[in-house]
Each structure stands twice: as C-alpha cells, then as structure tokens.
Design a binder for this molecule. Structure first.
Ligand code: FES
Ligand code: FES
Length: 149
C-alpha cells in the first residue's frame, strides 16, 4: 500500500481495510493521532485528508491512497509550529491533553477554510471533537485567538 503522509511517500505492508490510524501509528510510528473511541465519534484520531478532517480510526487506509494525508507531526514547518499549536501552547487550555491532537487538526482545517470564524462557527467546527476534561470554553477562546494571530 502506498500512502503519502506529511509530504512524504511511504510503502507499507497492510491490507487496504486496515484503519488509517493503525497504519500511521503502528507502521509509520506517527503516534500523534490518538486512539479514543475507535468508532468515529470522539475525534481523538483526527487527521486531514486533502485538507478535510477525517476520523482515521474508521478510515480504511486503502481509501486514503493517492491523497495528501496530514497528521499533527506534519504541521511544523522549518522548526516553527503552526499558529494554532503556538496559541494553544501559550493558552494551555488542556488538562490531560488526550484530545489535543484531534482538536488541533480540526482547528487547522477550520482556519484554512474560514480565517475569521465566529465563536459559534468554531463551536460548530469543533463539535465532533470530544474533550473528556471539558475544557471546551478555553479551547474555543484559544482558537479564536489563533484566528486573529
Ligand atoms: S478514536 Fe477515532 S473518532 Fe474516536
Ligand atoms: S484535556 Fe483531557 S480530554 Fe481534553
């Protein structure tokens, strides 16, 4: 199976029905995307496929062939974090941070398609990302700040 992740091409020996999350974590060592529910409802495993947030736990790796996959490891450019990461680091809204990777990827996709979202638009876009520590208000504030950064 040939896949392209964070701008690099990889060839891995997996069946096409293997989840993208398993391919990323166990075959490529990209462990930034987290396993939460495994059922497509918590968002911990969110990656971008063609710039669109996708639940990698329920995405067969075969369906992501020939597409640009981006994980949280791919956000840093030339040693500089993405502005969403920088603002979240500074605001430090998370507690356990298990949701953080998926939150960041969803926020990055949101700001790519809407550089100046309202708080309501941020909440809508982040709706599928669950934070068990309930840090939602601080996360929304931080994403709003990143939009203005
Ligand atoms: S682990 Fe994929 S949505 Fe929960
Ligand atoms: S900070 Fe713990 S799940 Fe979000």
């Amino acid at each position: 199976m040939n896949i392209r992740v964070n701008g690099k091409n990889y060839s891995i020996e997996v069946s096409g029905s293997t989840s993208l999350l398993v391919a990323l974590r166990e075959h490529l060592g990209l462990t930034g995307s987290k396993y939460g529910c495994g059922e497509g409802v918590c968002g911990a495993c969110t990656v971008l496929i063609g710039g669109v947030p996708a639940r990698s736990c329920i995405t067969p790796v075969g369906s992501a062939q020939n597409k640009e996959i981006m994980t949280i490891e791919g956000l840093e450019q030339n040693g500089k974090l993405h502005r969403v990461q920088e603002v979240l680091l500074e605001a430090d809204p998370f507690q356990c941070a298990y949701c953080a990777s998926g939150m960041v990827m969803s926020a990055v996709a949101l700001l790519e398609r809407n550089s100046s979202p309202s708080k309501e638009e941020i909440k809508d876009a982040m709706h599928g990302n669950v934070c068990r520590c309930c840090t939602y208000p601080d996360i929304v504030e931080a994403i709003a700040k990143a939009a203005n950064a």
